[in-house]
Design a protein around this ligand. Structure first.
Ligand code: A2P
Length: 268
């Protein structure tokens, strides 16, 4: 597939680059990951998102995607749902190595280390494809410079949806740059809501009833030393934001760092 064929030669808009896909991996019938070339001028901070997509006739069809690779990596990686009749992902799920995709030139976002005040434990709370920005942050050396412990929580409906998270965390622990630090400081805890699993239930429930902390053998949330990043569906963001505020956490932003930050999981 090429976005520019002789029959439909349409110039992409100026705010995007055309880049080639370098890897594609399908995890479940509804989840896949892919990587693409990184334009020389493309700069971003680990945890940010960017617009990405395909030409749709004469127009670009773009959606926001969290970048799942760290800021130092030569390639850009992404993790996506496949929506069977979704305008973008119904087509994007068919991309192959060598195909061209559109990549926005202005990454942005709030799931960045600078939006948090200093702390000791960093909780990266994700549901579904919301783990993508954390795949970036757990391979970022600064994450380990700033925190003593980094705890990724990943909650999905079913166990097969957890595979990407397992691979990503194992990848960070064997990464030549951050592997040594990650092996000491990084932990992944998974929970599943619609299948049997060692830890069952929504992350909000597991935090409220203390099961998460018993499972981890860690003290409960403490706004004095814990920092929280949240990425998932709109419902999860609202519920986790409410939970954090009730526990005394203050939302941060690039302009004013705080003790927690949220971002929608953009996909499809
Ligand atoms: P549940 O199975 O109970 O709906 P989705 O695939 O819909 O994005 O959901 C991903 C995970 O987020 C699921 O395990 C789901 O649990 C959970 N979830 C959905 N809504 C909420 C919410 N309001 N608070 C906490 N977790 C939620």
């Amino acid at each position: 597939m090429s976005i520019e064929t002789l029959e439909t030669r349409v110039a992409p808009p100026a705010n995007v680059d055309v880049v080639r896909v370098t890897a594609v991996k399908h995890y479940t019938p509804f989840l896949f990951a892919f990587s693409c070339e990184r334009p020389a001028a493309f700069r971003f901070r680990s945890g940010e998102f960017v617009m990405l997509g395909l030409m749709n006739g004469a127009k670009p069809l773009l959606r926001a995607y969290s970048i799942a690779s760290p800021a130092w990596d030569e390639q850009l990686s992404f993790y996506s749902i496949k929506v069977p009749d979704g305008p973008l992902t119904s087509r994007l799920q068919n991309i192959q190595v060598g195909d061209e995709i559109l990549l926005g030139k202005k990454p942005t976002g709030t799931l960045v280390l600078d939006a948090l005040t200093p702390g000791k434990r960093l909780f990266l709370v994700s549901t579904g494809t919301g783990i993508a920005p954390f795949a970036s942050l757990i391979r970022e050396p600064e994450t380990y410079e700033r925190y003593d412990e980094v705890i990724v929580t990943h909650t999905c409906r079913t166990a097969p949806e957890l595979q990407y998270g397992y691979e990503t965390v194992e990848g960070a622990k064997s990464d030549p740059l951050v592997g040594e630090e990650a092996a000491k400081k990084l932990r992944l805890v998974t929970s599943v809501t619609r299948d049997p699993h060692p830890l069952q239930g929504r992350i909000t429930t597991l935090i409220e009833n203390g099961e998460l902390f018993r499972h981890l053998n860690e003290p409960p949330l403490d706004p004095a030393q814990d920092r929280v990043m949240i990425c998932g569906s709109a419902a999860v963001l609202l519920a986790m934001k409410d939970l954090c505020e009730r526990h005394g956490f203050v939302e941060g932003a690039n302009s004013e760092p705080g003790s927690f930050v949220v971002e929608r999981a953009f996909a499809g």
